[in-house]
Design a protein around this ligand. Structure first.
Ligand SMILES: C[S@@+](CC[C@H](N)C(=O)[O-])C[C@H]1O[C@@H](n2cnc3c(N)ncnc32)[C@H](O)[C@@H]1O
Length: 253
């Protein structure tokens, strides 16, 4: 499943995907000599920007997709490296001053346990900055789940079940002792050229597991039905407004 990730398609919506990453970077308090990890770093572009912005001592971007890491590795620089690792089992080899993760943890199970693990990695005064999409009630997500039933895979995106409410994240962070915190859900309004652009937007992320499970030919049919389902709910205006909900959280130990 991991190599269904498509860096090229992901890059096509760079501007739409960049804003939340920037907003998340802006929440971080820069300190001298920071040791940073970026969980689910993808192509490493955001990781490199974060590293440069913070003048960090060391930054490690981890990802489990070979295709993504191929894009990321050439960005390695002084103090910045990339590693093949699974967020679910990753353990840093030194205490961290920042755990950053943009649009990746929705693929990982059990967020309360994950936050507890992340908390355990932090050095004194360590920070977390995490962004997860929370658009599971939007037709882009519900239609995919319904089609999963029709195509016999079942719903393959579990982000809606995994991602907690903003309030629940705030509570989890508080229980862990992260009392200095900012947690909020923001709607990112994307103006896309048309409905096909919206299909392409999700074909590189949300729909990845369907592509891997169905194979190319059946996935083509799935995409056709997905488009039709979106048109039923959203129409076909050009341009097309797509409001995408994301939860951002920052906290400091
Ligand atoms: C939507 S991309 C975001 C990439 C990057 N953070 C950015 O903002 O450009 C999600 C990334 O999470 C990675 N990912 C998902 N689950 C993972 C896991 N369990 N371990 C490591 N990487 C994972 C995917 O391979 C993908 O590169």
């Amino acid at each position: 499943m991991t190599d269904a990730w498509n860096p090229e398609l992901n890059e096509r919506f760079k501007q739409e995907r960049a804003q939340p990453a920037q907003d998340l970077i802006a929440l971080v308090q820069a300190r001298p000599g920071m040791r940073v990890v970026d969980l689910g770093c993808g192509t490493g572009e955001v990781t490199a920007e974060l590293h440069a912005h913070l003048h960090a001592a060391s930054t490690v971007g981890i990802d489990w997709s070979r295709a993504m890491l191929e894009q990321a590795k050439p960005r390695a620089a002084k103090g910045l490296r990339f590693a093949d690792d699974d967020i679910a089992s990753f353990a840093p080899d030194e205490p961290l001053d920042l755990v950053y993760s943009n649009a990746a943890l929705q693929w990982v199970e059990n967020h309360p346990a994950l936050l507890a693990r992340i908390h355990g990695w932090l050095a004194e005064g360590g920070q977390i900055a995490i962004q997860v999409p929370c658009a599971d009630r939007h037709p882009t997500h519900t239609v995919a789940g319904e089609l999963g039933e029709k195509y016999g895979t079942g719903s393959l995106y579990h982000g809606g079940r995994r991602v907690l409410s903003a309030e629940a994240y705030a509570e989890q962070l508080f229980k862990l002792g992260l009392r200095e915190q900012r947690v909020f859900t923001r709607i990112y309004g994307h103006l896309l050229p048309d409905i096909d652009a919206l299909v392409t937007f999700f074909s590189s992320t949300l729909l990845n597991p369907y592509k891997a499970a169905l194979g190319d030919e059946r996935f083509e049919a799935f995409l056709h039905d997905y488009r039709a389902g979106l048109v039923r709910h959203m129409g076909e205006s050009k341009p097309l407004f797509f409001p995408m909900a994301r939860t951002l959280m920052w906290a400091r130990l």
